[in-house]
Design a protein around this ligand. Sequence first.
Ligand code: 5GP
Length: 189
Amino acid sequence: MKILKERIMKDGFIIGTKVLKVDSFLNHQIDVELFNEIGKEFKRRFSDDEVTKILTVEASGIGIACIAAQYFKVPVVFAKKHEATNLDSEVFESEVYSFTKNKNYKIRVSKQFLKKEDKVLIIDDFLANGNAAKGLISIVKQAGAEPTGVGIVIEKAFQDGRSKVEETGVRVESLAIVESMCEGNIVFK
Ligand code: 5GP
């Protein structure tokens, strides 16, 4: 997706060797017009698939998923990272290792919002080692529902997330694929 790649080149910062900061349009400040184009592109790429729900994880996935959902005309469900007293005791749960925070955390979705009839498109901001996406796929499968695909805004192809997700049999579509980030240079696939 050309405008997304151009924006990453213009406003992205590399932290260390593996983390890409895109706070000015994706992870802190949100460029809604760009999100709208991202939503349309997800719809184009998954136009042949039946989708009844979009599933993401808080916090950064929510904005992207909501804008995409307007094109799919389906509800968004987001997995919660924090145990809340008002969260149903009946939950699907999965443990995820966070690559950026270097620790495990749990994600949960109330059993009310995922049913076995659902065809679920998973959407997230980044794909690194695939743990968040695999945790979400696990939650969909616990519900007996079908994961129809994983839509990612930025994939880092030098990490092994894609192969880990594809091993589960679920298709991955990424709108920008970063092949390498060496010495301040971002190279796309
Ligand atoms: P994974 O679970 O695939 O290892 O990592 C994906 C999750 O970690 C995403 O939900 C995203 O929030 C975060 N993440 C991974 N890599 C990056 C990165 O380079 N930049 C940012 N901003 N977030 C990342």
